[in-house]
Design a protein around this ligand. Structure first.
Ligand code: ATP
Ligand code: MG
Length: 581
């Protein structure tokens, strides 16, 4: 806390421009039932995400509106209207049903680069009633095997090079019946595999979409594994109500926006907000095939005139690392709103947004399990840097003690949410007991620690497993890390508790430095002093270790679990989601 609030001082006219123009009013009046009537159901009980995201627009003026503007790593551009998407997804659904024998409930997994075909095949699978399982293309063979074996996937959609990468594990997947190869060229496919291009060319454009029940399984996302073995969170078709509502009110997506979500469809952000949220709102998305690159990202925003940008703290920190001069070479006039998710967003990053883009990054909080944004900063509300914001209308979070009773404002505890929203996960795939254990005393327990202030803003403290107990004080790693990165020499920081016979745990910080700074004893003292002054001597790291970069998951999250295991010489556990050095 302790940072100045970013007061937006909006006029009535300014607020009227936003979908959520009055937080209290919309929250007071909100019902999931009411908002669900804004999207197209087959009847009271039946809904299909792909119909809502694509086909429902064909009846409207959006039919010939661009749904996707895709740019390859090399700069080639492809554009698809909603009508194109409808046609191609129908074709893919036909391929699945006729050539791969997919029936409702079968799992279809995607191990593909961020090419247009991943969007088409995901939506086509939903049309066919299949359950989608997107995997990040940077995964290695073991990570793919674990997830596909666990889910008993029947079909895999992949590319020639990615198939080669996992060739050794394919014989170990007894349930895998068909592989569909996306060529994007003229490579021939292995005998027995289906060529995406050829099959699409031959398939009919007509498909009778499977009229799935609102509670039918639709999406499986294995959580990123920051704290343990990935588990398959399962979501149902009516989750799209949540994607639709939050994309509208949190991301503020409006008819003429050019929206860019930097997340890969391998992560829940890349599906909820890289596919379903924007397209259920009929919004045009700009999609970049490549990964992070400061210059490429800046020029992508400039060239595509991106208006709304949804990214992650790790990306913001990397942009910060490259300084304030580079962005001056680009024009960001099109940008009107920026959001962030995935990890705590350090206040320093919020302010940096203001400095460089003329607006703060708006943090929001949610999880694979919640399927959609739960707590957020909104365009019409003041931003308290370091806070995740306020609950989404229709969402009731609370802070609980360890007996799962609600705590008052200003007290740290377990972040929980009252169950019952549409995009809530319905189980962990074949781990029902683990799923049930997440619910206590009428609450869904998120596994995060947080507190709430008098204005109803929520503040992240840390993952329950990461909170440090030192000399009788509970210290959240986020608070210490945020102060560390305010130090002029520090680029990134990961903070852990290291067991200590006297004070239970001492704080240890792993720190990577900005370009132009070298590790030294002196710098170490200076950083410690800096934290003591800003926070307290209790929160100041006893030990600081300089490392070139922090271990992160492929979605960019700092893996404190790994830092701790390395520090203590313990087994590293599941590292399948770890990014390469
Ligand atoms: P696993 O559950 O396998 O350990 P994971 O929790 O990293 O992996 P996700 O569901 O992708 O998997 O991440 C959700 C978690 O990310 C949240 O529970 C929280 O710890 C963190 N997180 C997400 N957004 C924010 C945010 N805005 N502020 C703070 N933490 C966030
Ligand atoms: Mg989690």
């Amino acid at each position: 806390m302790g940072h100045p609030t970013i007061n937006k001082n909006l006029t009535k006219q300014d607020t009227a421009k936003h979908n959520l123009n009055n937080y209290e009013e919309i929250r007071g009046d909100f019902s999931w039932d009411k908002i669900s009537r804004k999207i197209d159901w087959f009847d009271n009980e039946h809904i299909n995400i792909a119909h809502v995201a694509i086909d429902s627009h064909l009846k409207t003026e959006r039919k010939n509106k661009k749904a996707m503007i895709w740019e390859s790593k090399k700069g080639a551009v492809e554009e698809y209207t909603f009508a194109d998407m409808a046609r191609l997804t129908n074709k893919f659904a036909n391929v699945l049903v006729n050539e791969a024998g997919i029936v409702k409930g079968d799992r279809v997994f995607f191990f593909l680069e961020r090419v247009p075909e991943i969007y088409i095949s995901i939506l086509g699978t939903l049309k066919a009633g299949g359950v989608i399982g997107p995997l990040f293309s940077a995964f290695g063979p073991e990570a793919v095997k674990d997830r596909m074996f666990d889910s008993r996937a029947k079909v895999l959609v992949t590319s020639p090079s990615l198939k080669k990468k996992i060739a050794e594990i394919l014989p170990e997947l007894p349930c895998l019946e068909k592989i569909i190869i996306v060529n994007r060229g003229n490579d021939s496919v292995d005998a027995g595999d289906i060529s995406y291009e050829k099959a699409i060319e031959d398939a009919s454009e007509q498909f009778d979409i499977v009229k799935t029940h609102k509670e039918d399984y639709a999406i499986m996302h294995y959580t990123s594994g920051t704290t343990g073995k990935p588990k398959g969170a399962v979501h149902v078709h009516q989750a799209v109500i949540g994607h639709y509502a939050t994309a509208k009110y949190v991301l503020d997506l409006q008819e003429n926006d050019m929206y860019w979500c930097t997340a890969d469809p391998g992560w829940v952000t890349g599906t909820s907000y890289g596919i379903f949220g924007p397209w259920s709102n009929g919004i045009t998305q700009a999609i970049y095939e490549g990964g992070f690159s400061t210059k490429k990202w800046y020029s992508f925003i400039e060239r595509n005139k991106v208006t709304v940008w949804y990214t992650a703290p790790t990306a913001v920190r990397m942009l910060m690392k490259s300084g304030e001069e580079v962005p001056k070479e680009y024009c960001f006039d099109s940008l009107r709103y920026m959001c962030s998710v995935g990890e705590p967003l350090n206040p320093e990053a919020v302010f940096w947004g203001e400095k460089v883009f003329g607006m703060p990054f708006h943090d929001n909080w949610w999880q694979t399990e919640t399927g959609a944004i739960m707590i957020a900063n909104y365009p019409v509300q003041d931003v308290k840097p370091g806070s995740m914001g306020r609950p989404f209308p229709g969402i009731y979070p609370g802070i609980l003690d360890d007996q799962f009773n609600e705590l008052p404002a200003g007290v740290e505890g377990n972040l929980a949410v009252k169950p019952g929203w549409p995009s809530m996960f319905r189980t962990y795939w074949e781990k029902e007991e683990l799923y049930q254990s997440c619910f206590k005393n009428g609450w869904y327990i998120t596994g995060d620690k947080a507190q709430k202030d008098e204005d109803g803003y929520f503040w992240f403290v840390g993952r329950a497993d990461d909170v440090i107990n030192t000399a009788g004080h509970l210290v959240g790693p986020f608070e210490v890390e945020s102060v560390l990165i305010e130090h002029p020499a520090v680029a990134e920081a990961g903070v852990i508790g290291k067991p200590d016979p006297i004070v239970m745990e001492v704080i240890k910080a792993f720190v990577s430095l900005k370009v132009g700074h070298e590790p030294s004893e002196e710098l170490m003292h200076d950083i410690k002093k800096f934290v003591t002054k800003r926070l307290s001597s209790v929160a100041s790291p006893r030990e600081i270790e300089f490392i070139p970069s922090l271990p992160k998951t492929r979605s960019g999250k700092i893996m404190r679990r790994l830092l701790k295991a390395k520090e203590l010489g313990l087994p590293l556990g599941d590292t399948s989601t770890l990014e390469d050095d």
